[in-house]
Design a protein around this ligand. Sequence first.
Ligand SMILES: C[S@@+](CC[C@H](N)C(=O)[O-])C[C@H]1O[C@@H](n2cnc3c(N)ncnc32)[C@H](O)[C@@H]1O
Length: 372
Amino acid sequence: MNVTSAVKQRYSEGANEVQDELCCPVDYDRDLLKLLPQEIIDKDYGCGDPSRYVREGDVVLDLGSGGGKICYMAAQLVGTQGRVIGVDMNDDMLALASKYQSEMAGKLGGDRVVFHKGYIQDLALDVAAMEDWLADNPVTDAASLEHLHHWQAEQRRERPLIADNSVDLVISNCVLNLVDDRHKAQLIREIHRVLKPGGRVAISDIVSDEEVPAHLKADTELWSGCISGAFQEEAFLDAFRQAGFLGVAFDRWDSTPWKVIEGIEFRSVTLTAVKGVDSPCLDYGHAVMYRGPYAAVTDDEDHVFPRGARMAVCERTWRFLTESGVYGSDFIGFAPATPREPVNFCAPPGTRRSAAETRSGKVAGGDNDCCC
Ligand SMILES: C[S@@+](CC[C@H](N)C(=O)[O-])C[C@H]1O[C@@H](n2cnc3c(N)ncnc32)[C@H](O)[C@@H]1O
């Protein structure tokens, strides 16, 4: 059996009967759980709580939404202007989540959650629409297979399940590890595609502290149990960086492993990251200063910021470092003292900006002024 079939079978069982060995203890927000049906709370196969990253008004996409728990929690946080989309490939899980949709819409005061059948590594493909099409156009030979591929390409292009640049926040709870290794890079590219510029990611998942050996990966019971398909911890961050995300971090990292197998620790983490905005890199003369305490830091675009130095950055990077919230108050931003015609490229990495160029410009992220 391949890993996808094993995962489908395991989570069909999980939708029908609680599977204790798939449950990883999670400290969810009790207030958000109060509204949820007990069956959905019981059939929880998550390992973290990405709902805590949801903001009012967000369009949220939950990858591998299972019984719908995180979607229904997120729906309480997005408010009347936001909405939540759950995607899962498993019919039994989709049936469980949908069973409570009208009850939850009543409790929420609006139907702001939708569940779609799809593969999270191929978020443009509408699997329910494809199944309808296949009922009338069964694949029986090479020609009909080619016809299907043609239909899929057109559907992805003309009527994508999840459109480009359409989501504010992608969340997921214990699912990425279940995706076949051959599709993991494509999965992360898909997350990047569907996010709006400036959109955020919060992925709770299991990681391993060293590379999982082939004989464990070949064990479909361990794979479908959210263990042997886990990313190695550093590779998990690197994969998001490679796909173009910025500010990639472990926002949460459980010190106690969930499982230890052949000495390898498997633990729950939550990865956060941001999709950069697509505005051009224009140099108006801005600078940022890294406060410390480290001697220097490097961001995901390979800018190096020595502690205490006014470093030249384009306006886009200036906003990201000082306004996006990703870096807290690590950077102080200096707008140019005298705005100048923008130059359409970044100053070479390592370029400093003199105090005279930035003095008396607007300061972002400074502390309160003090007069003695
Ligand atoms: C461990 S459960 C987690 C469910 C849910 N996120 C929760 O917190 O309870 C994994 C879910 O991901 C779904 N899943 C796994 N691989 C998938 C894929 N490639 N595409 C879509 N859904 C997938 C499974 O069907 C299952 O519902």
